[in-house]
Structures are given as C-alpha cells and as structure tokens.
Design a protein around this ligand. Structure first.
Ligand code: ZN
Ligand code: ZN
Length: 362
C-alpha cells in the first residue's frame, strides 16, 4: 500500500483508489481527474487498442507545452504539460521523473483511446502523393483519408456485389435490359398514382451503363465502410434503402406525371454523403482543381458536388436525375443530424476524432 496521494489540481483533496479498465488508479472525487502510474496507463492503452500488444504511452505523447502549476502526487516533482498526441491538441500533465500522468476527468476516455486515435490520425493526416494524383487525374474519383473501419463492412460489399451482378445479368441483352427497366425502374406517373411503389427500391439496384455503375459503386465503397462501422450492419442497410426511397420520392415530386423511368443507386448514395459529412468532419476527400489535387473537408467536398448538381440542372444536362441526388443528400443530412448524438455516444473513438482537438493536415 503506497502513501496517501493528493489531487494535483484541487487543494489537498485526497485521491481514492478506483478500478479503471482492470487497473487500480487514483481518482479525485472532486474534479474527476485521474492519476495514472505509468504501468496503469500502458496496460489500459494496450487493452483498449487491439492493434497494439504492448504500449509505452510516452512514445505517443505530443509536443511539450510548458511546466504545469502543480506537482506529481507520487514524487513531488513539478508536472509538465504535454499534448496528448501529435496532431491532437489536448493537454496531459506528465511527471518526467516517474512517468505518471494526470488526466482531467473529461479527457480520461481520450487518454485510454489514445493508441487508436493515433493510428487513425496517421491515416487521416497522410498527404497526397503522385499515386493519388494519377488515380484521380485518370479516374476522376476522389481519394479518401479517414480512419479504417474496425469491423468488416460486409453489407457494403454485398450491395456492391449485388448491384454489379444485376447489371451484368441484363446489360448485354437488349431485351432483358428493356424488361428490367419496364418492371423495376421507377416511373413518376406510376408511383404518383400509387402503382408499383416497390420500384422505388428496385430502381436503386439498376444502372444505365458501366460508368454509372462504376462511379456509384466507388462512392458506396468509399463512404459505406465507415458508416456501416459507425451504425452497425443492419441499421446501415436500413438507412441506405430509406435514403434511396426518399430520393426517389423527391424525384417523383420534381417530375410529376413524368414517364421517363429512373434508375440508379445515386440517390441512396447521396444520402450516405449527408451522414458522412456530419459524422466524419475531420476526414478528407481529394478534389482535383485542374491539375492541383487538394484534400478537402467532407463538407466542402460535398458542397462542391451539390453545386455541380445544381449547375448541371441549370445547364439542362440530360440523363442525370439531379433531383434524386439532391433529395437523397438532404434526407441523409436530416438523418445524420438526428442520429449524430447517438452514433457518437456509442462510438467514443469516432466522437474523439470529430472533435476540435484534432489537427488535420490538409
Ligand atoms: Zn481534483
Ligand atoms: Zn513523479
């Protein structure tokens, strides 16, 4: 049993021993701050992050800021303020003599998650390279910088597979193509009169050509894996289909009485964009301004994407269901805003990465 310790920030409040993720740590009842001995912290971090076997938290510390105005509860030396991680501007008070660390109550969960935060920051802060440039220049698709999902996004993969198989199933035969469009595409006039309402769903699984399919599937792959990770598999699938239905309804309203059938997953995927930009504000997507590739915040990227949709509509470009894009996007934003608190509460890591402490290099 070690000597009685006192809170370094509250005047002479004694620290109480508490169990924290299986480690005995010292907690101040008054300010909820936690004193970690070095071995406590290393063990907690290693247990929290499945990608780390043995942690030495001091390897991950960010830059030294200044001396703190309080002393180590163990050895009485002056504590030093460090950023928790590089690129993560949250303060941790560390004793450089015994390597113990003091974390204010509200940052404790971030400290415990620090290894996972560090790995995600490394992915999010990567810079563009000649490879990403060549990729975007020729394929016209953005490159994504975000945390890697922790669970296999099998619903996303299944959706991509199903869309592709359906496309391959009819596209090479003109008769089958017409049959598919006849039965499964969404026609505004029909839906308006309450007929074939299920085509609002089936239409999202049809595509008009290779580029249409490839573009949609790329964006589904890019945003779907992280969203599925955040939501869980079935909720993700439900919201994907819901966005597709809402996008289809907006398209019907914009084309009342229309007899041009509408196909494509774009509306459902535009819904994913809305959720993605609200839940992953510190991720980046690249945009190619002529020859200059730039990492953008998702909000900026999708604002540009929305602007291009309005532009296309104004210029009267045919063959694209702009209203389905816009409808799906607005539906995704509304759903994203409604669920954001819940999603962040059930994914602390995701919430930490969305915080203002994160310094993303763009
Ligand atoms: Zn205290
Ligand atoms: Zn010390």
């Amino acid at each position: 049993m070690s000597a009685r310790k006192y809170c370094p920030t509250c005047d002479h409040a004694p620290l109480k021993v508490h169990d924290f993720h299986g480690e005995e740590v010292d907690v101040c009842r008054r300010c909820q701050g936690v004193w970690f001995e070095k071995s406590n912290l290393d063990n907690i971090i290693a247990a929290k992050c499945d990608q780390v076997e043995e942690a030495d938290y001091t390897d991950n510390l960010g830059s030294h800021q200044r001396p703190a105005r309080c002393d180590c509860p163990d050895c009485g030396k002056r504590l030093q303020v460090f950023h928790l991680l590089e690129d993560y501007h949250l303060d941790l008070k560390v004793c450089v003599a015994c390597a113990g660390a003091w974390a204010p109550g509200e940052t404790v969960s971030r400290v415990a998650n620090s290894s996972a935060i560090k790995l995600a920051l490394e992915d999010m802060n990567q810079s563009t390279s000649w490879k990403t440039w060549v990729f975007e220049f020729f394929l016209r698709m953005p490159v994504e910088y975000n945390m890697r999902p922790r669970r296999l996004p099998w619903v996303t993969y299944a959706l991509i597979l199903i869309n592709t198989l359906i496309f391959l199933g009819y596209f090479f035969d003109e008769r089958l193509t017409w049959l598919a469009i006849d039965h499964f595409a969404a026609m505004p006039a029909e839906i308006q009169s309450g007929q074939s309402l299920w085509t609002l769903v089936t239409a999202t699984f049809l595509h008009g050509g290779w580029l249409h399919l490839a573009g949609n599937m790329y964006f589904l792959w890019m945003t779907g894996d992280n969203l599925e990770d955040a939501l869980g598999h079935w909720r993700f699938l439900g919201l994907y289909l819901l966005c597709g239905i809402l996008a289809g309804l907006v398209s019907v309203l914009a084309n009342l009485g229309g007899t041009i059938p509408s196909v494509g997953a774009s509306g459902a995927i535009a819904g994913l964009f809305g959720m993605y930009l609200l839940w992953f504000p510190n991720a980046s997507l690249t945009f190619m301004f002529f020859f200059w590739q730039k990492k953008l915040a998702p909000a900026w990227y999708f604002a540009l994407w929305l602007g291009l949709n309005f532009l296309g509509m104004l210029l009267g470009e045919q063959g694209v269901d702009y209203w389905a894009h816009i409808g799906g996007f607005v539906a995704g934003l509304a759903i994203g805003a409604a669920l954001r608190g819940r999603v962040w509460r059930s994914n602390p890591l995701l919430a930490h990465l969305a915080g203002p402490e994160v310094q993303v290099r763009r």
